[in-house]
Design a protein around this ligand. Structure first.
Ligand code: ZN
Length: 458
């Protein structure tokens, strides 16, 4: 029997696309090309994933697991001789328990579907990012996704209580723990969270849910200098008594770009300050929360931290502020974006970002640089739009400047997007040789044939 016939015997007729059918599909949300693989398998259950992996293991076939294909680092690229396992038919929300405040889902459930399901129980799954409608919970866990509310709720890792995963040889590790506190031995779920599909295929997850905040207060603030921004962050976090839920910054060129390309180009505050921040507080008491937020903003003014600020007066204003922050696609009007997600200590940010411009000018000449991101988490996004003809030539030169500047203090080459293929050559900047050796030991132990997402990460 052929490969396709064998796989169909495991997951049914409709569960397998052959190479030609696979090639009809896009390689990803951010990609112009189509998928190339020997087959694309769509199992419906953990048992079917296990059967497919057992078959591939016995026949030495390499396997790439795919979720919503919203990644940015070529972490789910497949080669023409590889088998893609797509979790797209595993979209069942199996349980929401409002008392235990957990959800149990299959890995192909989209982030937005889980958010909406939690919402119907007056609960929240607080992970949030722009690709929520397409990105899957399995993919979020496999890449340890971050997003806009990390400052309050942490990364995906902090929201996962239990995981079921299938190892390269088909062994099912069912660790669907619902307990917040469980120190009974090694916490095996962390082997799979953030491993980008290299150690196992995540099939089901238990997620921690939170009580849903019912009020939102927001402001857009402008600053005379970078130094005021972290001081303002500390001030607000202290004054808001635990309700700070987002703190996003933009350097002036980014603020101008994100507001200028916006409907009507309306700016909440004037566009001639060097730094901007969006601050959000979520709580449960409209009057008290608003009073506390406004007081915190007032005292920030009195302390001389702010040059100017616009305070949202309605939910529509809040929506408007977020739509400015989310207007990242505006960079597409400036060229082909080369995107970075670095992490570094807040104390190093001013110096690091000030050196980038001149270093890039030396490396590639005239360019644009857009800096923004989750300052409270130490995570900055940098985007350099390249003229299409220069993209391939620019990319390695820009990488050398951006990553080279992190080396002195072991900043991270990936705060939240992962390593994939794209950053593998730069992993050594963020990890010691001993750390990378231990990663390889784990890979060897769990996947000795090197079948799973071959060539990625380490
Ligand atoms: Zn981000």
């Amino acid at each position: 029997m052929s490969l396709i016939e064998n796989l169909r015997a495991l997951v049914g007729e409709g569960g397998v696309l052959d190479a030609a059918e696979t090639a009809q599909r896009s390689a990803g949300v951010w990609r112009p090309d189509n998928l190339k693989a020997a087959a694309l398998v769509r199992p419906r259950s953990t048992e079917e994933v296990s059967a497919v992996l057992r078959y591939c293991h016995a026949n030495c076939l390499k396997v790439v697991t795919q979720g919503g294909l919203t990644g940015l680092v070529h972490g789910s690229d497949a080669a023409p001789d590889e088998v893609i396992v797509s979790l797209e038919l595993m979209r069942t929300i199996e349980l929401i328990d409002p008392l235990q405040r957990v959800a149990q889902v299959q890995a192909g459930v989209t982030l937005q579907a889980l958010q909406e399901a939690a919402d119907t129980h007056d609960l929240a799954f607080p992970l949030d990012l722009g690709a929520r409608g397409t990105a899957t919970i399995g993919g979020n866990a496999a890449t340890n996704a971050g997003g806009n509310r990390v400052i309050r709720y942490g990364m995906t890792r902090d929201m996962v209580l239990g995981i079921e995963a299938v190892l390269a040889d088909g062994t099912v590790i069912s660790s669907l723990n619902q307990l917040i506190k469980n120190n009974a031995g090694y916490d095996l779920k962390h082997l799979f969270i953030g491993s980008e599909g290299t150690l196992g295929v995540i099939t089901r997850l238990v997620l921690r849910l939170r009580e849903k905040p019912t009020t939102t207060n927001m402001a857009f603030a402008a600053f005379e200098s970078f130094a005021r921004v972290p001081a303002f962050l500390k001030h607000m976090d202290r004054a808001l008594g635990g309700t700070l839920s987002a703190f996003e910054v933009m350097w002036q060129p980014t603020y101008r770009l994100f507001t200028g390309g916006h409907v009507g180009g309306k700016q909440p505050v004037a566009g001639d300050y060097p730094m901007y921040a969006l601050v959000e507080s979520q709580g449960a008491d409209r009057a008290m929360d608003t009073e506390r937020f406004n007081k915190a903003m007032e005292s920030a003014f009195e302390a001389g931290l702010l040059a100017d600020a616009a305070i949202a007066q309605s939910d529509a204003d809040c929506h408007e502020f977020w739509s400015i922050r989310d207007n990242v696609e505006a960079v597409m009007t400036r060229g082909l974006p080369i995107i970075f997600d670095v992490s570094l200590p807040i104390a190093k940010m001013e110096d690091y970002t000030a050196r980038l411009g001149p270093a890039l000018t030396e490396a590639i000449g005239t360019h644009e640089l857009f800096i923004f991101g989750h300052l409270g988490d130490g995570n900055l996004h940098l985007i350099v739009p390249a003229p299409p003809a220069q993209y391939m030539a620019w990319r390695p030169k820009i990488e050398a400047v951006v990553y080279g500047g992190l080396e002195a203090f072991r900043g991270s080459v990936s705060a939240e997007h992962g390593i994939g293929l794209e950053k593998k050559p730069w992993l050594h900047i963020s990890r010691t040789p001993e750390e990378i050796a231990l990663m390889r030991t784990l890979k060897q132990a769990l996947d000795p044939k090197g079948m799973l997402n071959a060539g990625k990460v380490v």
